[in-house]
Design a protein around this ligand. Structure first.
Ligand code: GZL
Length: 327
């Protein structure tokens, strides 16, 4: 048997074992009886691509532990197909509630129909999905990415008031993700009618620091005059700063930088003057997710859409009072 066939068999065997084990430790008889332990929540996380994501994961795990919720946690390693497999395994296991971060906005209807048919409520968190059937999930809690984009544009409108020409480079997040779409749309909507602002280059860095670095080196070869970098997350911004350190350009002065997430490293860069505006995107939604999951497990309805509280930090603020970010 060649290596590929062996890997295939092992994969199938592991899936059967997982399903078998899951059934054996749950057993049909225990699903209904009162001896069953508390809420069982299946959670599919997209990966660990940024400090923000790692904090988001910790927040969910800590909140589940605090609440005595049995958490089945799956890391999809940036692949939608892994998330779909995870959701299907949660359905087989007959969890009480499913929660997940959809890495991209499209392609969820089929698996959500399977969850609905199995009578398992689904909570969507952090990123949104596109679907023609809103009955496929119980509700959403996460960040308002369009508002984040608007805030970035508002800062630039203030910073460059009266300037004739402002050349902007946009480094976007994961293509097809609701947050990259929202941050692009909100930013552009706010700049509408201000023709002095021109987006001269827009490219996806997939929320990764390494891509931010590689892209910035390439962009500097293509454009000899850049006024602003608008980066969809701090991880990519740190890569941009890595690249700028290899030049004689002074970040925050020669090139204005707007970034989103508000991880500690970005706040530190703001305090050093290397970054000009940091828009908070709050990853600490674990307690709210657990609270909503518990409501769903009791058959209660939840709000269809909830945005977490977020703020903006800029060079115009008193930066000495910013609380440690914790991520
Ligand atoms: C935003 C979240 C994004 C963060 C990135 O809600 O989905 O994903 O901005 C993370 O840091 O990778």
């Amino acid at each position: 048997m060649n290596g590929h066939a062996l890997r295939k068999c092992l994969h199938i065997l592991s899936l059967l074992l997982m399903t078998g084990l899951l059934f054996s430790c749950r057993g049909k008889g225990t699903l209904e009886d009162s001896s069953r332990e508390g809420l069982i929540l299946g959670f599919s996380q997209i990966g660990a691509e940024s400090a923000w994501r790692k904090c988001n994961t910790s927040s969910v795990k800590e909140a589940a532990e605090e609440a005595g919720v049995q958490l089945l946690f799956e890391n999809a390693e940036q692949k939608q197909e892994n998330q779909i497999k995870a959701l299907r395994s949660f359905i087989v296991y007959q969890v009480d509630v499913i929660a997940f971060v959809p890495i991209v906005a499209d392609g969820w209807d089929n698996v959500l129909k399977e969850a609905k048919d199995a009578g398992i409520p689904v909570l969507i968190t952090d990123r949104k999905i596109n679907t023609a059937d809103p009955s496929l999930y119980a509700g959403f809690i996460g960040t308002d990415s369009k508002q984040e984009g608007r805030e970035g544009a508002r800062f630039l409108l203030k910073k460059f008031a009266g300037t004739e020409k402002v050349r902007i480079v946009e480094i976007q997040g994961t293509e097809g993700s609701s947050v990259a779409i929202g941050r692009s749309e909100g930013f552009r909507e706010e700049l509408e009618g201000h023709d002095e602002f021109e987006i001269i280059h827009s490219v996806s860095g997939d929320f990764l620091r390494s891509r931010g670095y590689e892209l910035m080196r390439d962009i500097l070869k293509r454009h000899d005059h850049i006024d602003v970098i608008y980066s969809h997350n701090d991880g990519m911004t740190l890569g941009v700063l890595d690249a700028l350190r290899e030049t004689n350009l002074i970040p925050g002065k020669d090139i204005v930088i707007v970034t989103i997430d508000a991880e500690q490293a970005a706040i530190d860069a703001l305090i050093r003057g290397e970054v000009n505006c940091v828009i908070e995107c709050n990853p600490k939604m674990g307690p709210a997710i657990i609270d909503l999951a518990e409501k769903l497990s009791r058959g209660e309805s939840i709000p269809p859409l909830q945005h977490v509280r977020e703020t903006v930090f800029t060079e115009y603020d008193d930066l000495s009072s910013i609380e440690p970010r914790g991520y």
